[in-house]
Design a protein around this ligand. Structure first.
Ligand code: ATR
Length: 292
């Protein structure tokens, strides 16, 4: 597809940004839907990020995605925030509104939930249903930026209790205290790292949001013995696609969901806002996006 002088513009801003899979994904969709548009990598140093974000409307951009380490700067640089971004405290999707205002959203939690629903339709945690697997508290390992999007999504979806386990307890406590401001009080329970296996008892979902298990990193040190076999296990790490945690869960019979779908699904709302088409996440996308 040729890019004309009228092409609709969007991109991903990060530092560095060369590792981002988003240009491959969005340009594939642009091609597939025959849209005259371009989605470009925007390598912007943190000290210039606010300036770059404020310049998006002047450059004719319809918006952009924001990735590490600029999500908090984007949160502070936009004109308006949607409720999800406010709760998460970070922005990953900026849309230039009709009036030229920069509107910040966060679709990471949406991507996380959509991935679970797509990979494991019988998991209906949070939907208030009483049939099927996946019920009981959710266990989230890690308390970084990714964990926060995951926890907010689970609470918003109606999960009654999230057990938050982090190596550095203070970070988990801080997140729980912060989220208590949004009517989530008492629903985030912090569990000590040394007794992390106790959090698995009766759980319906286990999510790893740490970097443990990523290629080149040691596996997450977690004995799954106490986890019900009906619990859904998800790793937001997607290189490798099958992390040691997912392999161990699969071997004992748990349903599993890999992390790549979170990346694919979180991209949908931005694409729809900038380019006017609801893109589909199809099985071939995973291979295509990871190959690049
Ligand atoms: P992100 O924003 O992508 O979530 P981050 O803010 O750097 O990244 O968070 C990384 C998470 O992985 C943290 O929860 C971190 O735990 P600490 O808060 O104790 O640092 C967790 N993590 C990193 N290395 C770890 C390890 N060796 N064992 C356990 N947790 C680890």
């Amino acid at each position: 597809m040729t890019i004309s002088g009228k092409a609709k513009l969007a991109g991903v801003m990060g530092w560095p940004v060369g590792h981002s899979r988003s240009p491959r994904l969005h340009n594939r969709w642009l091609d597939q839907y025959g849209i005259d548009g371009a989605y470009v990598p925007l390598a912007v140093a943190p000290e210039r990020a606010e300036q770059a974000i404020r310049a998006l409307p002047a450059l004719g951009f319809r918006g952009c995605n924001v990735t590490v380490p600029l999500k908090e700067i984007a949160y502070r640089s936009v004109d308006r925030l949607d409720e999800t971004a406010r709760r998460i405290g970070a922005v990953n999707t900026i849309v230039v509104a009709e009036d030229g205002a920069l509107v910040g959203g966060n679709t990471d939690g949406f991507g996380f939930l959509e991935n679970l629903r797509a990979e494991c339709p019988e998991w209906n945690g949070g939907e208030g249903g009483s049939q099927g697997g996946g019920h009981g508290p959710a266990v989230v390992i890690g308390a970084g930026g990714a964990a926060r999007a995951v926890v907010v999504a689970l609470l918003d979806a109606g999960i009654p209790e999230v057990r938050l386990v982090n190596r550095t307890r203070a970070r988990a406590e801080e997140m729980a205290a912060d989220l208590a401001r949004f009517d989530f009080a008492g629903r985030v329970v912090v569990v000590e790292w040394v007794s992390r296996e106790t959090a698995l008892d009766g759980a319906g979902l286990l999510v790893n949001t740490t970097t443990q298990g990523m290629a080149g990193q040691p596996a997450l040190d977690l004995d799954l013995g106490a986890l019900p076999v009906s619990a859904l296990v998800n790793d937001i790490v997607y290189v490798p696609l099958e992390t040691p945690l997912l392999a161990a869960a699969r071997a004992r019979g748990n349903p599993v969901a890999s992390g790549i779908g979170m990346l694919l699904h979180q991209a949908r709302p931005g694409f729809r806002a900038w380019f006017g088409v609801e893109p589909q996440v199809t099985p071939d996308l995973t291979r295509y996006v990871l190959e690049g």
